[in-house]
Design a protein around this ligand. Structure first.
Ligand code: DGP
Length: 125
């Protein structure tokens, strides 16, 4: 079966990130707690490129309620913790969420890109 836009989707309602969260496929983890896991992107676009993924399978930012806002906030804290652990917190780093098709979201499980180790241009491409 040919995979569509969401190439990483492995079955209905599931993505490759769910398998990584459950440890069913390997990843290079840099952080994990009860709510989130952070691991290195398989296609890095910066010297350090880490994905922060909530264990709850939000599809995107649109797929959340006010009751879940604390989890979304926690993801930002994890992004900062990743930057500290990667050693570029003081130099500066970028956090990106691609939300939806025109923003380039490929995996339908909310994730934050934490990018560091080089200078970044603005506006982003
Ligand atoms: P986005 O375009 O925002 O949906 O980013 C998805 C990212 O996920 C992309 O940068 C590549 C990464 N990715 C896709 N599949 C895997 C995988 O199996 N392992 C890891 N570590 N990263 C993956």
């Amino acid at each position: 079966m040919r995979m569509g836009r969401v190439e990483a989707r492995v079955s209905q309602g599931e993505t490759i990130f769910g398998k990584i969260i459950r440890g069913e496929i390997p990843s290079d983890k840099v952080y994990e707690d009860d709510l989130a896991v952070a691991f290195r992107d398989i296609h890095p676009v910066a010297p350090s490129h880490v994905l922060v993924v909530p264990k709850h399978p939000f599809v995107s930012l649109l797929d959340s309620s006010p009751a879940e806002a604390a989890v979304l906030g926690h993801l930002l804290w994890v992004a900062a913790e990743v930057a500290r652990r990667e050693g570029y917190a003081e130099d500066g780093f970028r956090v990106v969420i691609n939300n939806g098709e025109s923003a380039g979201q490929e995996v339908e499980h909310l994730h934050l890109h934490v990018l560091g180790g080089r200078r970044f241009g603005w506006p982003p491409g």
